[in-house]
Design a protein around this ligand. Structure first.
Ligand SMILES: [Zn+2]
Length: 94
């Protein structure tokens, strides 16, 4: 699990909260993320890293991990109304 200190100093300490059909991810470290956290403090998902500390990046937006569009995109607005919804899709960095 990569921590913020493992990334180059010029790497932004922010991340996009990525949403797949059945899981979520942090755009910076690629590990699964918890919808309830403002920063990536916990890896929460189905993988072996479940429950371990996240990379610590602060979530500043939410976006699709793969293109779904339509109602899926609309649904992201209700998942995290506090985060701006990016009308694009991103692959995680790691
Ligand atoms: Zn992360």
């Amino acid at each position: 699990m990569r921590k913020l200190d493992d990334f180059p100093p010029d790497c932004p300490r922010i991340a996009v909260f990525l949403v797949r059909s059945f899981s979520t991810a942090c755009s910076l470290c690629g590990e699964e993320a918890w919808l309830e956290e403002d920063s990536h403090e916990t890896v929460l998902g189905y993988g072996p890293e479940n429950g371990s500390p996240g990379c610590g990046a602060r979530f500043v937006a939410i976006a699709e991990h793969h293109p779904h569009g339509g109602s899926f995109l609309e649904g992201l607005k209700t998942l995290r109304p506090d985060l701006p919804l990016l009308d694009l899709w991103l692959e995680a960095r790691a």
